[in-house]
Design a binder for this molecule. Structure first.
Ligand code: NI
Length: 229
């Protein structure tokens, strides 16, 4: 399941983040690519230990924590601090599947990459190319969203970022990070998400209906059965 989270960040927040990103020092993205990924990765990223990455990352995580849609879809247990990348002048990241685990820098905590999230910091008309292409069960999905929007997709998917082709004028700024979910299986997360969304709709239409309490109980019993925390 690919899920769009519209306007995760306000226009003002995007503008402030962009200003900071445009003034930051960027490094070659291959610094953090695994052996195989290094061959297909051609972008720039903020150093993982940079204070700016930590500051912007905290903002994103705060906003996601307050997003019922993200919480229902990702069912987060642990989150890797967001990373920031920049594609321009033909920059690209070819087809790959992310590593299964990453360690939170400076700790021994391992995060399983169940759920991937990309947050867009450039508007689609600012650059050519640069689509995030995700192979899911329904085929290839092409994602290019307004700045401030996020897309959530299974960490198990084959994905790539098409080359950003508009010379030096077009730059694609984005953030991405992984979530270790309470529920490892994308199919089980999908069922829980669908059930949750229907319960929300019914609650709005028939508040206090006794069947809702039962449905909600079923949701939690499934979550208890499928989660690994
Ligand atoms: Ni990736």
């Amino acid at each position: 399941m690919l899920l769009r989270i519209p306007a995760l960040l306000t226009r003002d927040e995007v503008r402030a983040c962009r200003q900071a990103m445009e003034q930051a020092e960027w490094q070659d993205g291959r610094a953090t690519a695994g052996h195989l990924a290094a061959g297909v990765k051609a972008n720039l990223q903020l150093p993982i230990d940079s204070p700016l990455a930590a500051q912007l990352g905290d903002l994103i995580l705060d906003k996601l924590g307050a997003s019922p849609l993200f919480m229902a879809a990702a069912l987060p247990l642990k989150v890797l601090p967001p990373r920031f990348n920049r594609y321009e002048g033909g920059g690209t990241y070819g087809n790959h599947i992310d590593n299964a685990f990453f360690t939170i820098p400076g700790t021994a905590i391992k995060v399983r990459t169940d759920v991937s999230t990309t947050v867009f910091f450039s508007d689609p008309d600012e650059y050519e190319g640069g689509e995030l292409i995700v192979e899911d069960t329904y085929g290839q999905q092409s994602v290019k969203l307004p700045a401030g929007d996020a897309i959530v997709y299974p960490g198990t998917s084959l994905h790539r970022v098409n080359p950003v082709t508009r010379g030096t004028r077009g730059t694609r700024f984005a953030s991405f990070f992984w979530t270790h979910s309470l529920v490892a299986s994308a199919e089980q997360r999908r069922l829980l998400f669908d059930l949750d969304q229907q319960i929300q709709q019914l609650t709005a239409r028939h508040p206090g209906d006794l069947a809702l309490a039962a449905l909600s109980g079923t949701y939690h019993n499934l979550l208890r059965m499928w989660s690994q925390a």
